[in-house]
Design a protein around this ligand. Structure first.
Ligand code: SF4
Ligand code: SF4
Length: 111
């Protein structure tokens, strides 16, 4: 793991200042593009999945850190990172969309 360590959590969805890209760790070896759109911070990871190209977006502001996506991803693609879901190995992703279907906060999307 590299990057700055966060001292804040994302529990407060309106606290966008705490969600700046510098406030969470980006997993080593994973190309993560951090975008800001409509005051939302979105982590976008693209790459070659198990079957085809895949893009996983995680809206940091909406993620409440429930870990459901991490627990139910059958391929171990996701981990928790500072109470926000994070892609750790996109090459295993089969685009099954289970994480997207189960996320209660519509925070993660796979295409
Ligand atoms: S299921 Fe949704 S809210 Fe829960 S950790 Fe995953 S992305 Fe975040
Ligand atoms: S689409 Fe399926 S394999 Fe890919 S991260 Fe989500 S649950 Fe895991």
């Amino acid at each position: 793991m590299t990057g700055k360590e966060s001292t804040k959590t994302n529990k407060n969805q309106n606290n966008t200042a705490a969600l700046s890209p510098a406030n969470y760790v980006v997993c080593e070896g994973i190309e993560t593009e951090v975008k800001t759109k409509n005051n939302l911070t979105i982590k976008e990871v693209s790459g070659k999945g198990k079957k085809e190209d895949v893009k996983i977006d995680i809206v940091v502001n909406y993620c409440k850190g429930c870990e459901i996506c991490v627990a139910f991803c059958p391929e171990g693609v996701l981990v928790m990172n500072k109470e926000v879901a994070e892609v750790v190995d996109i090459s295993k992703c089969t685009k099954c969309n289970i994480c997207e279907y189960l996320c209660p906060d519509f925070s993660i999307s796979v295409e």
